[in-house]
Ligand binder design. Sequence first.
Ligand code: SF4
Ligand code: SF4
Ligand code: SF4
Length: 245
Amino acid sequence: MPKSFFIDTTRCTACRGCQLACKEWFELPANKTKQLGTHQNPPDLNPYNYKLVRFSEHLIGDKVEWYFFPDQCRHCLNPPCQGAADTVLEGAVIQDDATGAVIFTEKSAQISKEDFEYVRESCPYDIPRRDEKTGRMTKCVMCIDRVQAGMLPACVKVCPTGTMNFGEREQMLAMAEKRLALVRKTHPNAMLADQHDVNVIYLLADAPERYHTHSVAQVAPMGRKQLFASLRKPRASAQGNTERS
Ligand code: SF4
Ligand code: SF4
Ligand code: SF4
């Protein structure tokens, strides 16, 4: 039975404890960044930030409303990134049977920059990043070391508001549905983002685009089915890599 996250954005205060806890657990270095006129920092996911609390502000009527979105890999049930990476180099992306965690392995450092872009484009949520120093692909790993030791992911452990939840998939789905029913009483457009396709289930109180361009799956211009069909065809450069490996 895979594990899932339930991320209830209606409870998020954007304290960024989750973002920091992730950096601390993985001992990721600081980023050189700059002020872009928003509280969001750094401006985007990067090789040293597997988790990013996104801030969006919107003028609704005469009121400014904040939308907070703690972004991370969704640990897709059938991960397109794995399908794409397999056509380039098998074993660069794996999925753990017990937890459903999708992991970029050390082998991913052998994937060229051009082929990395192909893997990145396959992700409906724009998650994969590449460490230019090591060549390795990076993203959230579901804190697999902690979870295998019976601990909560670091970002869940520190969240003070109940936004971040983690456990058995059935349990998280039930929690999400229950909370959705409650939130819909005051926010009729509330929804669960792609809950049947991913192991990181977000509750959004409003239209997804108000939170983040990739808060729900974006596979433009092709649909999800076409994407999976295309991944079954080996790429020309993939055959070359297979011969080398
Ligand atoms: Fe939001 Fe919790 Fe992260 Fe704070 S720790 S930003 S409340 S998800
Ligand atoms: Fe892969 Fe993107 Fe899905 Fe994460 S969200 S498992 S990187 S396709
Ligand atoms: Fe970071 Fe672990 Fe949370 Fe993923 S599960 S965002 S690796 S702290």
